[in-house]
Design a protein around this ligand. Structure first.
Ligand code: NAD
Length: 499
């Protein structure tokens, strides 16, 4: 079956880029293995062209009233509600996740838009009247100018929303560099923002690879960079961006552990582990990839998880009853599959082998895998596999379980399953991770909190969206003011004192 191959290009100043790209890359439908698009990859000159437009627009956008900025975000929200099925289909066609999951992504992203609609309230400063005699002091927060977002393939609509919604609301113009594997959701976002009334040049999309990323990191007109992706690139983006004087928040990879204590509701824990490990084929930064079973929870839990696996329907995410789609590329699928054999060779027990329950066809499919008796020295434990492979490590005590989590170089999310409130509360205190679930396997914070991990899961001081997102995209200013009053005016060369 042949498919039409569409050209996907940058969006600059509200219009598709009209130049001719020196380099392009292929976009696939992971469920069929077919090429569906050819993506223009930006050169440094193209990035410069895009940033210039964003820069030229930044002053006018910063001066646009809070009411107007909120209004266009409200309008965008309506358009996403109108088109969310279409956006989900665009995501599924290039990422592979099932439609219901893609819709869930859009809905969670929309919550960040809704939070940003409150920008008039969020940007309120504080004021102290009569801080000194005749003197008032007040604080304001102002936009940075042009800011950029560099995003991963696994949430092609939601993660960009985490960034551009607060950035635009705060009065910045935006340059988005989406992942090359599934760029169409970003193009659609740009079209909807235009329809919502966002002026041309305020939101721009530049596609590309390392060349484009490096050009963004080095561009003198870009004030701040938000990055979400793997840990080695997050570290690189943070180090390179801060070296050129930019504000950078760079979120990296993860290895999220779920501790299950002997007193836990094992059926609930098994449902949670299966959902959190295999949803989106494990391609979530908050996926549970490692269960830590304490004491006699282990045998019961492994059995309960194993029982659930044959019922998971793997296939093309566009089909109604399918629960898990393909992996994003053939290379990634093969790499994920190699961990199964590797774990067996290193001494783990392969309870379910995804290679044996993979659908036929040219899609990048891999069935679900469960590895028992995984130990910290094994590659399947150490690496973020980012696929439908769940490892189980058995330990004797709560302390051993927490030590495993805290010794791990990542610190994105973690969860504990127990009926003991006291232990859960102790866990929340003890554990070194940015997002903690208590009987909740994927504790992604709601939009009015902020999202971010610890250790190698985040480089920089600032988490994304929520209150920290507003701070990240603005700078504080404090104004000390006095109005002419002869009674308080005199020459005084001493350091200003409050009176
Ligand atoms: P990735 O690091 O390969 O790519 C992310 C972005 O960086 C893309 O836009 C890509 O074009 C760019 N990039 C890739 N290689 C580069 C290089 N050598 N130099 C400069 N830029 C480069 O990540 P991915 O495979 O798209 O996404 C999966 C990863 O993202 C996983 O590790 C996952 O845990 C992580 N992730 C983290 C979070 C979080 O919130 N912490 C959220 C989603 C995904």
């Amino acid at each position: 079956m042949s498919t039409e191959i569409k050209r996907i290009t940058h969006l600059v100043g509200g219009s598709p880029w009209t130049g001719v790209a020196e380099r392009t890359s292929k976009v696939y439908n992971p469920a069929t293995g077919q090429v569906t698009g050819e993506l223009d990859l930006a050169s440094a000159a193209t990035v410069d062209e895009v940033v210039k437009v964003a820069h030229e627009t930044s002053k006018a956008w910063a001066q646009t009233s809070l009411t107007k900025r909120a209004q266009v975000l409200f309008a965008y929200r309506e358009l996403v509600n109108r088109d969310k099925e279409r956006i989900a289909a665009i995501i599924t066609a290039e990422h592979g996740k099932v439609l219901s999951d893609a819709l869930g992504e859009v809905t969670r992203g929309l919550e960040v838009i809704e939070f940003a609609c409150g920008i008039p309230h969020l940007l309120k400063g504080s004021m102290s009247e009569q801080a000194s005699t005749g003197i008032d002091v007040y604080s304001i927060r102002q936009p940075l100018g042009v800011v950029a977002g560099i995003t991963p393939f696994n949430f092609p609509a939601m993660v960009p929303m985490w960034m551009w919604a607060p950035a635009l609301a705060c009065g910045n113009t935006f340059v988005l560099k989406p992942a090359e594997k599934d760029p169409s959701a970003s193009v659609y976002t740009a079209e909807l923002l235009k329809e919502a009334g966002v002026p041309d040049g305020v939101f721009n999309v530049v596609h590309g690879d390392k060349v484009a990323v490096d050009s963004v990191l080095e561009h003198p007109e870009i004030a701040a960079v938000s990055f979400v992706g793997s840990t080695p690139i997050a570290r690189y983006v943070y180090e390179t961006g801060t070296k050129t004087g930019k504000r950078v928040q760079a979120l990296g990879g993860a290895k999220n552990h779920m501790i299950v204590l002997p007193d836990a509701d094992i059926e609930m824990a098994a449902d949670a582990a299966v959902s959190a490990a295999y949803g989106s084929a494990g391609e979530r930064c908050m996926a549970i990839s490692q269960v830590v079973a304490v004491g006699d929870a282990a045998d019961r839990l492994v059995k309960a998880i194993e029982d659930r696996l044959p019922k998971i329907k793997v296939g093309n995410g566009l089909e109604a009853d399918v629960e898990m789609g393909p992996l994003v590329t053939r290379e990634h699928r093969d790499k994920v599959a190699s961990y199964i054999e590797g774990a067996r060779e290193q001494g783990a027990e392969v309870v379910a082998d995804g290679r044996e329950n993979t659908p036929e066809g040219d899609g990048f499919f891999l069935g679900v895998s469960l590895l028992d008796n995984v130990t910290p020295e094994m590659d399947a434990y150490k690496d973020e596999i980012f696929g439908p492979v769940l490892g189980v490590t058995r330990v004797g005590t709560y302390d051993e379980a927490v030590k495993l989590v805290n010794d791990n170089p990542y610190g994105n999310g973690t969860a504990i399953f127990t009926r003991d409130g006291g232990v859960a509360r102790q866990f929340q205190f003890d554990v070194q991770a940015g997002m903690v679930g208590i009987n909740v396997p994927i504790p992604v914070p709601v939009a009015y909190y902020s999202f971010g991990g610890w250790k190698n899961s985040l480089f920089g001081d600032s988490h994304v969206y929520g209150p920290e997102g507003i701070n990240f995209y603005t700078r504080g200013k404090v104004v000390t003011s006095r109005w002419p009053d002869p009674a308080t005016s005199k020459v005084d060369l001493g350091f200003p004192q409050t009176r």
